[in-house]
Design a protein around this ligand. Structure first.
Ligand code: HSE
Length: 405
């Protein structure tokens, strides 16, 4: 099998490295040798062992009938979409690590591959090296999946872990994460939650078999989380994690990306540093967890190479992926029910006038957390809709609020 790699950055060079380091076992598993024939990049790489394979025009790959599998590791929607679509239409299998491309164009690219009896795979686009796409599409194909909740972003999980352990501020931990190369120079997609938003949109699309638009998912990042919030979390024996969540609600789903305060016995609370984890609940299986390296050069490249092997083994067979272009209308997030932790400078009687006191079926304040930050109090609420919470919260002076997991 002749392979072309588009994009010779972190992931693309990782793919070449994995193919080289594990050459013998990969050949045995694929049933034939896998040879990198081209590497597409704008740059030249003088002195690189693969220097002679570098090309600058994607049409060189497109027009070479020998190339059977193409790896897309360029990132972004364009020109990745144009190149990938052309490769599929030319009958070449494609695997990508690019969640932006998959979230935006997944249904269409899957359809093109199916019509041509080839494959479009994207194991590395969610959870990096953690197997999650193939398990959902294959191992769990007998399940009705009722919930997926994950820590799907390594950068923010690293930052939140540092804030929890060291009590440091968001700004200082972001600077440090950038210096260490964990956070990108422009960290917006991570810290604003756009990256996990695309990932949960992909997972939900696979679960429901329809297109879930990431623009429809309510998304909050971690930029408003402070060292004081973590002081409260500590007092409550909790930590704060950025969760991407999708829960079945009748024929639809409630999806959300937001920071959540998790008690120490929550299965996702112990997922620290750059690790990711995905919790899945099936109606027959019950609970399952997938845990591991959600990012990283070789970890992500390993998942890409596994797709290459699978596509080589299924060179003339389309492995069906149920994800149609028809749109899935999500439940409006204001109807989602959550419990909340709130910090306020308002007095207790004002809090209780706004929220009430929880008792029996009556929603309201559950407990107060005092003495953590001077001049304010913290309190938790029972479960209430986002709309009801917003209505009550506007009657008091809120310093910050974090949902409770
Ligand atoms: N920026 C992403 C993360 C990379 O931190 O998880 C993997 O998608």
């Amino acid at each position: 099998m002749k392979v072309a790699v588009m994009g010779y950055g972190t992931i693309g060079s990782g793919v070449v490295e994995v193919l080289e380091v594990n050459k013998d076992l990969i050949t045995a598993r694929a049933g034939e040798p896998l040879e990198v024939k081209y590497i597409l990049d704008l740059r030249d790489f003088p002195g690189d062992p693969y220097e002679d394979r570098i090309v600058h025009d994607y049409r060189t790959i497109l027009q070479d009938k020998e190339v059977g599998v193409v790896v897309e590791a360029m990132g972004g929607v364009e020109p990745a979409y144009t190149f990938v679509k052309a490769m599929l239409e030319a009958g070449k299998h494609v695997t990508t690590s690019n969640k932006n491309l998959v979230a935006a164009k997944g249904a269409e690219l899957i359809k093109i591959a199916r019509e041509r009896n080839i494959n479009f795979m994207f194991e590395a686009s969610v959870g990096g090296g953690i197997p999650i796409i193939r398990p959902l599409n294959t191992c769990l194909s007998a399940e009705r999946i009722d919930e997926i909740t994950g820590i799907l972003n390594g950068t923010t999980n690293y930052m939140l872990t540092r804030m929890a352990n060291e009590g440091v501020s968001f700004d200082s931990v972001l600077k440090d994460a950038q210096a260490k190369g964990y956070a990108e120079a422009d960290p917006t997609a991570d810290i604003e939650g756009y990256d996990p938003c695309r990932k949960i949109a992909i997972l939900t699309s696979l679960v429901c078999g329809k297109q879930v638009d990431y623009e429809d998912i309510y998304t909050e990042g971690i930029t408003k989380i402070t060292a004081e919030d973590f002081a409260y979390a500590k007092a409550m024996d909790c930590s704060i994690k950025l969760l991407a969540s999708s829960k079945r609600a009748g024929e639809s789903f409630r999806c959300m990306v937001a920071p959540f305060m998790l008690s120490k016995n929550h299965p996702l609370c112990g997922v620290n540093d750059v690790f990711n984890a995905v919790f899945v609940k099936g109606n027959m299986l019950g609970d399952a967890m997938f845990y591991g390296s959600g990012a990283g050069k070789l970890q992500t490249a390993s998942a890409v190479v596994a797709d290459i092997v699978d596509m080589t083994k299924h060179a003339h067979v389309n492995i069906r992926i149920e994800w149609e272009p028809e749109n899935m209308e999500l439940v409006d997030y204001t109807e989602s029910t959550n419990r909340f932790f709130v910090r306020t400078t308002s007095p207790i009687d004002a809090v209780e006038t706004a929220f009430g006191v929880a008792s029996g079926d009556m929603p309201g304040v559950v407990e107060y957390i005092e003495g953590v930050v001077a001049g304010e109090i913290g309190f938790t609420t029972s479960a209430m809709t986002e709309a009801d919470f917003a209505k009550a919260a506007e009657q008091i002076s809120v310093v910050n609020r974090v949902r409770l997991g």
